[in-house]
Design a protein around this ligand. Structure first.
Ligand SMILES: Cc1ncc(COP(=O)(O)O)c(C=O)c1O
Length: 527
């Protein structure tokens, strides 16, 4: 495979010689920001990029460019400047030319010289560094596409509540750290990693084979390792599929209510996103816009409501997609955790015309921070999908892929899911029993049998009420999430059982109940 845009041999840029572009080039030198911990960087030598093309006063130019870098924070207090001999060689100037520049920097207090150790950026400039950085950044200097004004970053997901009922978060304390460390250590020794080469955009062949076996057994998803592309999370799988399929202005149908990040993603790529209602059987197929090119659904465990798409609906959706020549993206994000009922066949398995892309993730079964997911791609999309993955980021980080392949092959993944399912099942039962017995007057549970969260409709409370309750609950150490039922007066809440410990569920619910009582009694007094 050719190596694009990368040079490892000596090159001349703006008069400076860069011997190892990977770590010595101007780009990396410029990436350093202001840091207040000088100890960390005390003995770091930087190959600093100085442009001398067309300049006469070489010492003055070296002095000015380094001084500017100190002032704007590219060179941090405590960092060691290149030795005069090295910089002189890199710039093809006399050593004394560099020495004069360094002496001026020292004389003006920008640098200090330590006998036998070198020349270091002075600590006097820490405060000025931040100020000059702020001056550089003028937020509106360059206009960005308007769509970015309509997209928000998610709120911080850092653990902020003692009773954490947020949806979709796995219990990180159950992650098999020791086994993972062992498989990562093994991956670091593997010959592919050691070879230091770029890999196949589709991902590590052993991991793709392991995933194909795993989903073939656990979800009856049909496909070989050749159909699988490993991605950085579900979000990247959706990004790649959208790039492959959508022209600006194309229509993408999504569930309403639904999972927000993909909507924003499709919008950002220039698509027209149309929300389609869901009922207790899942997406209402008759309500699909006739011109949708792509339909994004969560059939195993509708997000956020939680019900599964019924079999007749699945068949109707596939028939619709066939008639309209549309692609269905099946996001199967948490169905490894099943709690009763017979699993329905994935759309991917029911599909006979090759128009379903199946997406699975390890964010719920392992950790979201791993950013590991995959998609099973039908033959007609495979070549373009591979190219889209390549132009996006070449391939997903290899070490984690090797580690995960081994983790699955050894049976550790299946064991881990069994263990998690046992624990989550207990939490889920406590939670549903608590909601049924103590919240019957204000919440109606939505039947579901999969995943890491349950959802309930508010019987009478509006979105405003629910948001006020969520906010009050947060003050009492309880985190829940609300969702609007678009087009309806009432709202709903999601209650996750991944992040909360079993022993804390009862107290968390008791506090939540007090918040409902407070709000509802205030409302009835006001009426
Ligand atoms: C509906 C849905 N799909 C997918 C994901 C997982 O996304 P990722 O694999 O990008 O972490 C989530 C996580 O909350 C989700 O709610």
């Amino acid at each position: 495979m050719p190596i694009h845009g990368f040079s490892a041999s000596p090159i001349l840029v703006h008069g400076a010689i860069h011997k190892a572009a990977k770590w010595q080039d101007g780009t990396l030198a410029f990436e350093h920001g202001c840091q207040s911990n000088p100890k960390q960087s005390e003995f770091v030598t930087l190959a600093f990029h100085v442009s001398l093309v067309g300049r006469d006063d070489l010492s003055g130019e070296i002095y000015r460019q380094i001084r500017q870098a100190i002032l704007d924070g590219r060179l941090r207090p405590g960092e060691r400047l290149s030795a005069t001999r090295e910089l002189a060689a890199a710039l093809t100037v006399a050593r004394s030319t560099v020495a004069i520049a360094y002496e001026t920097l020292v004389a003006e207090g920008f640098a200090t010289s330590r006998a036998g150790a070198g020349t270091f950026v002075s600590h006097q400039h820490e405060a000025r560094c931040a100020a000059s950085k702020a001056r550089r950044s003028t937020p509106r200097a360059i206009r960005v596409r308007e769509v970015w004004e309509t997209i928000s970053l998610p709120p911080s997901l850092r653990r902020a509540a003692h009773y954490d009922f947020r949806a979709g978060l796995p219990d990180a304390s159950l992650f098999p750290h020791r086994t993972w460390r062992r498989v990562v250590a093994h991956a670091l020794r593997s010959s592919e990693v050691a070879a230091g080469l770029y890999e196949n955009p589709a991902g590590d062949p052993d991991l793709r084979a392991a995933i194909a076996r795993h989903i073939g057994i656990s979800r009856s998803v049909s496909g070989s390792s050749d159909d699988i592309i490993v991605t950085n999370g579900t979000q990247q799988a959706l990004d790649i599929i959208a790039r492959v399929l959508l022209e600006p202005g194309d229509v993408v149908a999504v569930e309403k209510p639904g999972y927000l990040p993909p909507k924003d993603l499709f919008k950002a790529l220039g698509a027209r996103v149309v929300g389609v209602p869901v009922d207790n059987e899942g997406l209402v197929v008759e309500a699909l816009p006739a011109d949708a090119r792509m339909v994004y659904v969560t059939p195993s465990h509708q997000f956020p409501l939680g019900m599964a798409m019924s079999l007749p609906r699945r068949r109707a959706l596939l028939a619709w997609a066939e008639r309209r020549n549309a692609v269905v993206v099946e996001d199967d994000y948490d169905s490894e955790f099943r709690f009763g009922g017979r699993p329905l066949e994935p759309l991917q398995t029911l599909d006979t015309t090759g128009r379903v892309v199946y997406v699975g993730t390890f964010s719920k079964t392992l950790l979201p921070t791993l950013r590991l997911a995959f998609m099973v791609v039908p033959p007609s999309l495979r070549a373009a999908t591979l190219k889209a993955k390549f132009v996006t980021d070449w391939h997903t980080a290899t070490i984690a892929q090797h580690a995960l392949a081994r983790f699955i092959d050894e049976g550790a993944f299946a064991r881990h899911i069994r263990k998690l399912s046992r624990i989550y099942s207990e939490r889920r039962e406590m939670l549903t029993a608590g909601i049924r017995s103590n919240f019957g007057d204000c919440l109606r549970l939505i039947p579901s049998s999969t995943g890491l969260h349950i959802a309930a409709y508010a019987r009478t409370a509006s979105l405003g009420d629910i948001e006020a309750i969520a906010s009050r609950a947060f003050d009492l150490g309880v985190a829940i999430q609300s969702f609007p039922l678009e087009g309806k007066p009432q709202a709903g809440i999601m209650l996750g059982y991944g992040a909360i410990e079993t022993a804390q569920i009862a107290e968390g619910l008791r506090r939540l109940r007090s918040c409902f009582n407070e709000r509802l009694s205030r409302r009835s007094k006001a009426a």
